[in-house]
Design a protein around this ligand. Sequence first.
Ligand code: ATP
Length: 966
Amino acid sequence: MSTTIPRPSRPSNGPPTVALPALPVGKTRKSTGGLAVPTNRSMPTSPKAIRSPSTTLLPPATPAPTGSLPQPRSVSGFTGPGKTLRKTVSISAFPHPPRGDSRISSLPPSPLSAGLTPSRKMKTPTTPTYQLSNGSSSFLNGTSDGKSVSRLGSATRNSDGLISVASPPQSRSSSAQDSYSTSATNYEDTVDASRSEASTTGKRNSKLDGKGNVVVSVRVRPDAAGSDQPVDGEWMVDGRKSLIAYRGKEGGDYFYDNVFTTHDDNSKVYDHIAKRLVRRVMEGYHGTVFAYGMTGTGKTFSMQGTASSPGVIPLAITDIFSYIRETPSREFLLRVSYLEIYNEKIHDLLSMSTATGPGVGQQQEEIKLREDSKRGVYATPLKEEIVQSPTQLLRVIARGDQARRTASTQFNARSSRSHAVVQIVVESRERVPGSAPGDSKRQGLPPGGVRVSTLSLIDLAGSEKAAESKERRQEGSHINKSLLTLGTVIAKLSDNKDKDGKTADKDGKHLPYRDSKLTRLLQGALSGGSLVSILCTIQIGAAASTASANTHTNETLNTLKFASRAKNNIVSHAKRAEEALGAGGDGGARVLLERYRMEIAELRKELETQAKNNSKKEAEEEKERDALEELAREKEAELRHEEQMLEMQLARTALKERIDHLNRLILSSKSIGVNASGSFSSLGIHHRYSQGSVRSSMTVSNGGGKLSLERTASMTSSVSTIGRKSSSHRSSSGVEPVPRTEDEDSVGSNGDGTASLAAQNRALQADLVDKNRYIQTLEKRLLQARRASSSRTSVGISTGKGIMVGEDHSVASLLKEKDTEIAELRARLDDKDRMLAALRTAARSRDNAERVESRSEVRTSQILDSNPGPAPAASPPAAPPSLIRQVSQLRKQTKSVDEMSKMLDEMIQDRVESGQIIRGNRGSVRVAPERVPKEPPSQPPIQLQLLAKQRTSLAAEPTKPVALEV
Ligand SMILES: Nc1ncnc2c1ncn2[C@@H]1O[C@H](COP(=O)(O)OP(=O)(O)OP(=O)(O)O)[C@@H](O)[C@H]1O
């Protein structure tokens, strides 16, 4: 059964020159005579204590197939047929969990356990000889695991949303030491276990001590030379029996839960020391795995492994995510922290920059250890990173590894100079099947609380005696001190409690946890709150010289003793962590998953509120928009109205201008006195002005305003022409006055035919009044049009169309009317033109008459000069040149217009006196009734008639002398 191992030589590494510090040796663990005889309470003394086949021989479950995740597994030789039977006292097989009888009996056998258990039973040794511990029941056993495996095999795993509640990867700084926060004890479980064990085997009597929750294993590192064979005959390693026997001085047989030979790889080590523990952690227990041993013995190799042979940490990570995938009924959140204790100072490996390298004087906030009644001892402030995948988690840890302090030592070219602690906090919560996380009635909070558990994976620095440099010596001193304290604490551990309820030594005294940071940090695990797995690494036969071999052997023995003490003294009452409900209390506040849940719920609420506010805002904005649009419409309407008003104003102005123009035309015609038909009445300029005398018009031209002056200028010229013509025929009696009505006569003339200024003024004022009235009328119409436009605007464009048409119609009619008037006025202008033409003709006639008169005067003077008596009726002689000159002189003496008018008046007067013309009361003249010829109604004006008469008379009496009154 046992193998004698020759003492190895370590040619490559010289032996330590200084003796390694002696670890505290448990009184009860010392091997005697090759038999490990536990003497304390945990050591069974009766055959009953021997682990029963049903519980002790259960092998670790074969790793469950995890699909995509690689899980290098090696179960070499462990379960295979023909292998040596395992020692019954070993706890490495993790006996069935303490469960109730009914539970056990009712549970379907696991595919793995069902298949394995019988074979194990077949292998059960019949004569167990050695036992180190009592092999108490443990959570880290096969039955429970089998249960998981069963579930694993039947359930369809859906990886989607397994970490659905995890926040995006982020870092936060807080404590990670949740491991020891639980106030749980494993009482219930152990009671169950006791019942189970008692009912099924009836062999165990120390099931309540919780030692089954502690697994201690020893791994033997292969020789540096690569030799598989142990070289030291004093040593014997039996992996199957989990036995290490030393036949030398202080020799003995050491049994552990697991003994790994140089052949065993990391995968096997993980399966036996950590696999179940990791699963328990996922189920809510706290778990601690740490590697202890002399420097260079393979602690880091076992914990981290290599790329080809991953160690405990990467394999645990793989299993963690496998479990999450296999458990769709729960949701998980993982956060990780990584610290090291170097020279008794705690450093956050995740906060350190690897670029600068560790120990380059980087200033980091000092991390302190604090204790909390619920959380236990924890480091703070510590950076935690939330991880969502194995790769991410491995990357975080690799980053921390790079920051870890390592140095070359005598036995290890890259020796870890610090204790490194990886902590993975697992938060989980039951998920409501078939519902999204937000469907809960509790505002997105699913029923049940959040379970928080912590997996601590610790790679301790190696104990070392020999150190060449001061720095190494200092490091070594701190390392050794902390390890010594750890050994001391473990050695003093007992199931006793002090008055505060904390674990105490056998005398009830406080344990020296505070003596080092390491023991302080491990306090929770060592005092029973956690499942514990300790891997002690040794190397046999690594020394070349006898001295080094001795030193090495001592060190190895110390390690073995430490492992024995740990196995015997550490009592774990680990219990599934309580679920924290809500955010109440410290526990709840620490639960990130809960916090995130609540944050999500709050954010959702906020979103809803915001959405509500937004909809409100939108409604308000819509209202505002509507109002603005309405305002814009109103403004537009106003603008349109203004435009219309402007158009109307323009139309009005145009009309006014038109009116003024018409008025000018009217005044011109009126002033001339042409067209006495009274057709001006439509413009309010009545016929009473039509026959205004020439004189009155002239008066106006003298004293009137500018406008009148302009107007009278043409009148004057016209009248002057007439005047001259009239005066030339003053003595003519052939003029037939145009018959006028009494009404016409009475307008604007005095009795002597000259319009008085007052009369002119009155006439003009009346004219002005008429015009103003006319303008007012137009304004009224415009006003009406404007109102119509306003009302149209208010009632809307569509309805206003009819009104617009009406207005347009009125304007159009007005324009039409005006056009008619313009046409009339044009007609009158034509009349005027005709009159002017007639006047010009009359002027020519007058000129002729003047020539005739000149000739008459010359003849008269000749007659008078030669014959004072009556003139003979001889034919007139031809006018001599002297006469022509006289006439031209006379022409030069042409009278002014006034004189001509005067002459005309006198001429008219003469006619009146001769009875040819009758003068009216107001100075107007008309032809005597008996002389009025029967003429058609369209007679030319009176002046023309007069001129025509004069011309006729002159033609009839060409030689009649006419006396000119000069
Ligand atoms: N089981 C093993 N199989 C193969 N090589 C091993 C084994 N154990 C350790 N080694 C090798 O031994 C060397 C030292 O191992 P490791 O660094 O793990 O020792 P350690 O105990 O961590 O030392 P220290 O305490 O100084 O950090 C490494 O090169 C490692 O690869």
